[in-house]
Design a binder for this molecule. Sequence first.
Ligand SMILES: Cc1ncc(C[n+]2csc(CCOP(=O)(O)OP(=O)(O)O)c2C)c(N)n1
Ligand code: SF4
Ligand SMILES: [Mg+2]
Length: 352
Amino acid sequence: MTYLAKPRLHHPTLKKNAVGYTRRDYEGKVSTLCAGCGHDSISAAIIEACWELDVQPHRLAKLSGIGCSSKTPDYFLGNSHGFNTVHGRMPSVLTGANLANRDLVYLGVSGDGDSASIGLGQFAHVMRRGVNMLYILENNGVYGLTKGQFSATADRGSKAKKGSINTDSAVDTVSLALLMGATFVARSFSGDKKQLVPLIKAGLAHKGSAFIDVVSPCVAFNNHDGSTKSYDYVREHNEAVNRLDFWPTREAINADYKEGELIEVPAGAEGSLLRLRKLHADYDPTDKINATSMIASAAAKGEVLTGLLYVNPESDDLHAHLNTCEAAFNTLGAKELCPGGAMLEKINAALR
Ligand SMILES: Cc1ncc(C[n+]2csc(CCOP(=O)(O)OP(=O)(O)O)c2C)c(N)n1
Ligand code: SF4
Ligand SMILES: [Mg+2]
């Protein structure tokens, strides 16, 4: 962790968003990651997205595991709630926090080692439970923090910096998220801010478990020829299926679109829509079966399919599934939290 705080002073005319904050209010400490690390670009995209979405910093909770990627919440949203948990355990801590207080916006940040190796079980369960959160996986195919061992998302046949070849099959996290029941699944690239920022905004506004796998090259250990997670490889093989051009989209469209180019999908916030510009004629992000097969066929060709891959317009979250109490626990009094022996007896009797 860094202890370098940025100076608080900023120019008095800096633009404010609708809730009265400047972009600087969404920044964190100075990053200590390697210069050029993809993870820093994702932090910049998170700052931009939260500022544009008018999220009040104190209404957001950011949680992470362990790794260079999991260190990044120190470098953005310095005025938000934060919990740097243990390796692979961010999902269960976030689930607990969310159940105790549904009023916050939950952002989970993790790495491919954190999510697809030690945390694979936790990742699968948080997706299938529909916890209301945005899960960002900063995917570089290696354990960056521990000096570049292959992670479980490294493609079979890809080459390590020192020449060894990965012989294991890769875990494809977007396919797994789909299989597990995530209701918003996207893939992006840290070098494509134009695609990533609207995806983050849509993911934060989505009700249920939203997942974005962001290919995020590790310049120290996995940015060479033979790697499928390098800047050059992703730029050459990036196949975007759509672009989220407008968010939120109650405003009139002022661009000139041909018929069939736009798809509209109802989004989490009431009455709002996601407007997607189609880049791939056959791609309908509400069709899960088609999404699953397109992802698999792109992977077989070595392509990196990006964009909003799947969204369920009628999604719901864990609170709706469990019919939980609407009030955050910290707003309840002792009487509600501990309703007494008679109530306990009634609950026990109902379970006999
Ligand atoms: C229980 C436990 N096992 C192993 C480690 C060592 N360790 C720290 S970070 C890490 C991998 C991180 O990889 P990833 O999540 O991909 O993050 P990156 O650094 O690549 O962003 C490992 C194995 C640990 N901290 N705790
Ligand atoms: S080791 Fe890799 S993942 Fe970690 S900060 Fe450096 S470039 Fe980023
Ligand atoms: Mg990694």
